[in-house]
Design a binder for this molecule. Structure first.
Ligand SMILES: [Zn+2]
Length: 93
């Protein structure tokens, strides 16, 4: 049976278990690293493009207005671009 060794206390746990049955340490290294980064507040930003058009409350009013105008255009552009990609794939098939 496949087992994972706890990096914290050395106890063997079932491969499907996420945390150590003995000390509660996360067994998945990738998840452990994510949890560590999250704790430090350094979790990598996953959606860079949406953050670009994010309207933050500390923004000055002119920036909020520009963003509120640009955001629907950007979303619409992405939909059209996605449609053309789909169309190109459909035509070539
Ligand atoms: Zn453990």
């Amino acid at each position: 049976m496949a087992q994972k060794k706890c990096s914290s206390c050395g106890k063997w746990n079932d491969k499907s278990s996420l945390t150590c049955g003995s000390c509660g340490e996360l067994l998945d290294i990738r998840k452990k690293e994510q949890a560590r980064l999250k704790k430090l507040g350094k979790l990598p930003v996953q959606q860079e493009e949406s953050a670009l058009f994010e309207i933050k409350p500390e923004y000055p009013i002119w920036r909020k207005i520009i963003l509120s105008i640009l955001r629907p255009i950007y979303v619409l552009f992405m939909i059209i671009a996605g449609f053309f990609v789909w169309l190109a794939a459909w035509v070539s098939a």
